[in-house]
Design a protein around this ligand. Structure first.
Ligand code: NDP
Length: 258
């Protein structure tokens, strides 16, 4: 049990949720490759984990770039002989009312969040199929299920990820590969502050007041922690999660239960 000797690639690994996932997987004795598109941010995240006595490897990967994903995974397979687990935590957002949204920004969100999830999954599938084993975990969002005013393109992009998860899970169910989505509610991260800061501005309230409204809207009365998300991902990465596939699991303090 645990993740001993499992080789795990975490895309968007230098982000807040991604780095927390890397930490949790490494604590479970996995071989972790923390990947991001910025060399500087990847190194900073690896150094921060090293300062906490957590050793992870690094890779530079842009999820919108087919060659970048394929090359990184080929290198991992050459070095470690396999890729057991793909976690995709890369994501961006664009806050704007639909009326004023910019098409270029919408394309970037879809390209990163949705197409990126397809590109990363495709690159991971070949080595997983050859070993008849794999765990693919995409970080989606509850906005795939509930409306996200001023963030419609993001909600649409994550609904696309949900469609990928369900469909791909069925395609590879007989090959020892599971595909799942973890859909967080609100987690305080860089993306959260950027997104919710812009939302607060549109509502004409302070970020503090807006954050309080999010807490009030959450049945557990607290926002979701990085560890809440990371520990579910770690479970889904395990061999013993074999019967969970094609699922979208909400980590949201009960927000979508209403
Ligand atoms: P962060 O901004 O901290 O992390 C997002 C990461 O994605 C960054 O490291 C960013 O890199 C990376 N990224 C963006 N574009 C690309 C790309 N083309 N290729 C590779 N990496 C890329 O935010 P979070 O940790 O909050 O977000 C992680 C995931 O969780 C996202 O998918 C997000 O949508 C999802 N999520 C977050 C919620 C929250 O409340 N925080 C709620 C629901 C879902 P760089 O810094 O270089 O841009």
């Amino acid at each position: 049990m645990g993740l001993d000797k499992r080789v795990c690639l975490v895309l968007g690994g230098a982000g807040d949720i991604g780095a927390a996932i890397c930490k949790r997987l490494a604590e479970s004795d996995a071989t972790v490759i923390l990947a991001g598109r910025s060399e500087e941010k990847v190194q900073a995240a690896v150094d921060e984990l090293a300062a906490a006595d957590i050793a992870v490897h690094s890779a530079i990967v842009d999820v919108t770039d087919v060659a970048s994903c394929k090359n990184a995974i080929s290198e991992i397979v050459s070095k470690y002989g396999k890729l057991d687990v793909l976690v995709n935590s890369a994501g961006i957002s664009d806050i704007a009312p639909v009326l004023l949204g910019k098409i270029a920004n919408w394309k970037s969100v879809l390209e990163t969040n949705t197409l990126g999830a397809f590109i990363a999954s495709q690159a991971a599938l070949r080595p997983m199929i050859s070993k008849r084993y794999g765990r693919i975990i995409h970080i989606g969002s509850i906005s795939a299920e509930v409306g996200a005013p001023y963030n419609a393109i993001y909600a649409a992009s994550k609904a696309g990820v949900a469609g990928l998860v369900r469909s791909l899970a069925l395609e590879v169910a007989g090959l020892g590969i599971t595909v799942n989505g973890v859909q967080p509610g609100y987690v305080r991260t860089k993306l959260f502050h950027q997104t919710q800061g812009a939302r607060a501005k549109l509502k004409g309230v302070t970020l503090e007041k807006h954050e309080q409204s999010l807490v009030d809207d959450t049945p557990t009365g607290t926002l979701v922690s990085l560890e809440d998300v990371a520990s579910l991902v770690e479970y889904l990465a395990r061999e013993e999660s074999q019967s969970i596939t094609g699922q979208l699991l909400n980590v949201d303090g009960g927000r979508t239960a209403r």
